[in-house]
Design a protein around this ligand. Structure first.
Ligand code: OFO
Length: 170
């Protein structure tokens, strides 16, 4: 059975995962109307879908442990970006924020001696390490590319495999 405090913090995390999905969905929609970045667009759509799965995993966990997962209202994310680099900067900042919020959940689980929730959250810790590493890799590459159009062509060509390579190093 979840304590009130653990249920509250996990419901907050459900909202953060749902908003993460919206943030990346907005990036995907913006990218879709930019010329020549079809794979960047797919990357954002896939990332949005993954965040929705993270939200659902939390909803099921809360409900299965005798709590009640509450479905939150969501705020509107940033809709447009001055450049692809700005979008990936925003993605990295958002992932760092999510990692901090997962750490807060763990703090509460430990304070409440809820070791099952602590154990469950380790999956999110590993996921955040991977996602932050991926976002940093993307930002480093975009920094090198600058305004070089052929570099951007290759970034878009390779982006889906960059994601897989970072995941393989785990
Ligand atoms: Fe939910 O994985 Fe990152 O944010």
């Amino acid at each position: 059975m979840l304590s009130k405090k653990v249920q509250e913090i996990l419901n907050e995390q459900i909202k953060i995962e749902a908003e993460s999905s919206q943030v990346y969905l907005a990036m995907a929609s913006w990218a879709e109307i930019q010329p020549g970045i079809d794979n960047v667009t797919s990357f954002f759509y896939q990332h949005s879908e993954e965040e929705r799965q993270h939200m659902l995993k939390l909803i099921h966990f809360v409900n299965e442990r005798g709590g009640f997962a509450t479905i939150p209202a969501l705020s509107q994310p940033q809709l447009t970006f001055p450049s692809i680099k700005h979008a990936f900067d925003a993605l990295l900042k958002h992932e760092v924020f999510v990692s901090e919020s997962i750490n807060k959940c763990i703090d509460v689980a430990l304070a409440e001696k809820d070791y099952a929730t602590h154990n469950f959250l380790q999956w999110y810790v590993a996921e955040q390490i991977e996602e932050e590493a991926l976002a940093r890799t993307m930002n480093d590459k975009l920094e090198l590319i600058g305004d070089d159009k052929s570099g951007m062509y290759m970034f878009d060509r390779d982006i889906l495999s960059i994601g897989m390579n970072v995941a393989d190093k785990k």
